[in-house]
Design a binder for this molecule. Sequence first.
Ligand code: SAM
Length: 278
Amino acid sequence: MESCLYVVATPIGNLDDFSVRAVDILRGADLIAAEDTRHSQRLLQHYAIATPVMAYHDHSDDRAVGKILACLTGGGAVALVSDAGTPLISDPGYRLVRAIQDAGFPVRPIPGACAAVAALSVSGLATDRFLFEGFLPARAAARDSRLAGLAGEAATVIFYEAPHRVLESLAAMAAAFGPEREAVLAREVTKTFETIRRGSLAELLAFVSADDNQQKGEIVLLVAGARANTSEVTEEVGALLRRLARELPAKTAAAVVADHTGLRKRVLYDYLLAHKEK
Ligand code: SAM
């Protein structure tokens, strides 16, 4: 095995969501650096991985980084895992990856599950542009100001959410983005009680309020991007745009009409999304 740090993604619920390569790397490594050694034991035992494990957190002292560097300097290979999903994605590893790169060793990804991407892939929301926001600040004032800054964001926005805060956060999102904004609750992804629910923020708030079970487990919230204000598109321009969109991809139709009217492409594209012909 190459002497390097492998950043290994682990399952986010279903233990079978683990690649053959990931298992080989964990078995073959000289050392596994884990966010929580006890938590990782379940996965390691399931796959009969007997590699020595040490604890690593971004606030671990320098001795932890030193131990990993010593292993690499001696020609060994180290694998970094977090409790679930991809390390560094709302998980420890940032400081370590930089330290190992700065010391001149390669860092290699062993890709796999990530709750944000898994949820996005089944959300039914636009996937061409997305913004990962991770956890919102716990304090209401900081949370609200973060949400206010995202209200005009055109990309789909992805949040990680703690179950005891989901109701409060949905209410704050409805206040910041408007209750009609489309959103998705993705709960317990890949697990027994997996729930993927798309609706307006007002609908999701009602759904979660009515059922305590929806306030349990692991949760990703996704919010559709803001639509441009399409009120400047006249009846006549709108009709032309819809006609062109029957012959051309929506983006091309919007670009052609933008060239001829001076209106912004995004406004015309959003108009088409809002007036989709069934
Ligand atoms: N590194 C992980 C990843 O790649 O997704 C994320 C770690 S972060 C500390 C944990 C958060 O991820 C949870 O609070 C939840 O918001 C989200 N999450 C993790 N597993 C999930 C699952 N199975 N279903 C829904 N959300 C999940």
